[in-house]
Design a binder for this molecule. Structure first.
Ligand code: 5AD
Ligand code: FES
Length: 360
């Protein structure tokens, strides 16, 4: 890097070796405008260098909002009796996938609550049919299952799996997940990787009782897990959950600062501009794409189900039909001077590759 262009930050941290926790805290603590500008543009350059200018579209179908668990933050948790529960019939899921393919989408993400109605065999049948009828890559995000189930789904044609660890703070994890165990969650993530499934995980930014130290640990845990994909987003309190708090402020600059640091540390992962960045602010996902993200997930859940999949309030696009979200994503991408990803957008990582930005 040209010495004249160096920010004062670059004298304080080394780009020659993996970032330390101190480096991360220094970056996460940046406040002055010129330093933040440097951080955002550096994250953007890192993204361009390692991931290119393409933005990969992944159409997400929220196919069931039934959930057997009671995570304290989640709007569709089992005890929330206000939710109108649905399961999208299999044939309707397949029909959406066939339409997606015609609209140049190359990946479908199938997400649901932890709904055991979808047994190993039932989910496997849906995966196989999508693979028979389309050329889509398939990502699943349906929670914790056993190794045999993940293996079976892989054999049916599943390409990728998303399972966030939500927070690296074990005490907080325990407090907010009455049904789950942190070690078990990490074990599922490791099992997915062992099986050769492209694996995504991530965390929420700003859970109650967490601070910058936790965020630095969250980012480092992503690196340690050597993930293919990392999804993060702001925690947004839902009024019908135990974690609801009054007086919440949505701080987009802070959230995108975390995303920028995440990109600098996990430089060759796919990082989506997740929907929660757009809650309350229309420009959130665009800013995320300019500060490190390289994936966009248009919501292609049919309109009639959408408002029943409110994990948090303020979720964008709840009143839009699926085609509108795809068209809107294309406009966003071109308005940012980027291209829509042409291939499937598989992982670019070689195992253990995320070890320092020396070439940057
Ligand atoms: N605020 C923000 N994100 C949430 N999620 C669930 N509930 C909330 C909330 N209240 C996120 C979790 C989950 C993903 C599907 O949605 O991180 O893994
Ligand atoms: Fe459904 Fe947590 S509330 S998995």
């Amino acid at each position: 890097m040209d010495i004249e262009q160096k920010s004062s930050i670059e004298y304080k941290i080394s780009f020659e070796k993996p970032f330390s926790k101190e480096d991360l805290l220094l970056l996460l603590n940046l406040k002055n405008q010129s330093e933040l500008k440097w951080l955002y543009s550096t994250a953007d350059r890192v993204r361009r260098k390692y991931m290119g200018d393409e933005i990969f579209l992944r159409g997400i179908i929220e196919f069931s909002n039934r959930c057997g668990k009671s995570c304290d933050y989640c709007g569709i948790r089992a005890p929330n009796s206000k939710v109108n529960r649905y399961r999208i019939p299999d044939q309707e899921i397949i029909d959406i996938c066939m339409i997606l393919e015609k609209q140049a989408i190359t990946t479908v993400v199938l997400q649901s609550g932890e709904d055991l109605f979808y047994t190993k065999e039932k989910m496997g049948g849906i995966i196989k049919t999508i693979k028979e009828k389309t050329n889509l890559a398939i990502t699943l995000s349906v929670g914790e299952r056993d190794k045999e189930t993940y293996r079976y789904w892989k054999n049916c044609g599943m390409d990728r799996y998303l399972l966030r660890f939500e927070t690296s703070n074990q005490k907080i994890f325990k407090d907010i997940h009455p049904d789950d165990n942190f070690k078990e969650r990490l074990n599922c993530i490791r099992v997915l990787k062992e099986l050769g499934i492209q694996t995504g995980s991530g965390f929420m930014i700003g859970l109650p009782q967490t601070g910058l130290d936790d965020i630095a640990n969250d980012i480092l845990l992503c690196r340690e897990l050597d993930l293919d994909m990392i999804g993060i987003g702001p925690f947004i309190p839902h009024p019908d959950t135990p974690l609801y708090i009054d007086g919440f402020t949505f701080d987009l600059d802070f959230y995108t600062k975390v995303l920028a640091v995440l990109r600098m540390v996990n430089y060759n992962c796919h990082i989506p501009a997740t929907t929660a960045f757009d809650a309350f602010k229309k420009e959130g996902r665009n800013l995320a794409l300019q500060r490190g993200a390289n994936v966009f997930m248009p919501n292609v859940t049919p309109e009639k189900y959408r408002r029943d999949y409110l994990l948090y309030p303020g979720k964008p696009c709840v009143d839009e039909p699926g085609e509108k979200c795809i068209a809107c994503s294309a406009v966003r991408i071109t308005s940012l001077g980027r291209e829509i990803g042409k291939g499937k957008g598989h992982s670019l990582k070689k195992p253990g590759a995320c070890q320092g930005l020396s070439a940057f």
